[in-house]
Design a protein around this ligand. Structure first.
Ligand SMILES: O=C[C@H](O)COP(=O)(O)O
Length: 215
């Protein structure tokens, strides 16, 4: 089971608040033995990684060093302490060639890659590029509190089936997941982990929210 907490650009996941969520995630991982990682904004990544929590970028660009103003270089992300990165999140969508380039650039600096996709067909397509994991997330459910595992369980089972026809890439899922029951349903449907944002970052107690998700 892998819980990846995406801080997005929520105020409650920015700056000192990002560090507080990271410390809570680190403690939950230590106490439960469940793998928990946090994905802060790039500007907060070093401070988050220095808490000792497993840290992912929210995205990187498929670039080398040079004149790429505003891009996020995978090597800079790795040096800041990240061990992985999300790619192609629905809120930071890439074209297929961009996903391929970013995957190669991330691999060059040994970043683990979790590529997001909207549905089973997209998941199978990105699985062909052999990321470390695919995360299926129907955009219409993101932030709603209506979990994909209950709203449309076939999205998870169909994604697991179609990805397995392409490669042995693990499937994660996200969108609307806010409780341990939601996670349990997702795992029963074949997911090997979940992406969660608002259910943790916007909760009164991110620590309690994460403990509920993983136990
Ligand atoms: O990266 C996380 C996903 O976009 C899910 O967001 P959510 O947990 O707020 O629905």
């Amino acid at each position: 089971m892998f819980l990846l907490v995406n801080l997005k650009t929520y105020e409650a996941g920015t700056g000192d608040a990002a560090v507080r969520v990271a410390e809570a995630a680190r403690d939950v991982a230590d106490e439960t033995g469940v793998r928990v990682a946090v994905a802060p904004q790039a500007v907060d990544l070093r401070a988050v990684a220095e808490t000792g929590v497993e840290t992912f970028a929210q995205g990187v660009d498929g670039i080398g060093y040079g004149s790429s103003t505003g891009a996020i270089h995978p090597g800079a992300i790795a040096r800041a302490g990240a061990t992985g990165t999300l790619l192609n999140h629905s809120e930071r969508r890439l074209r297929l060639a961009g996903i391929d380039d970013a995957l190669n650039a991330a691999r060059d600096v040994s970043l683990e890659t979790v590529v997001c996709a909207n549905n089973p067909a997209q998941s199978a397509a990105v699985a062909a590029l052999e990321p470390d994991a695919v995360a299926v997330e129907p955009p219409e459910l993101i932030g709603t509190g209506t979990p994909v595992s209950k709203a449309d369980p076939d999205i998870i089972t169909d994604t697991v089936d179609r990805v397995s026809e392409v490669s042995d890439t693990p499937v994660l899922c996200g969108a609307g997941i806010t409780s341990g029951d939601d996670v349990e349903s997702a795992l029963e449907l074949g997911a090997e982990g979940v992406l969660v944002a608002s259910g943790v970052v916007k909760s009164e107690s991110p620590r309690d929210a994460m403990l509920d998700l993983v136990t």
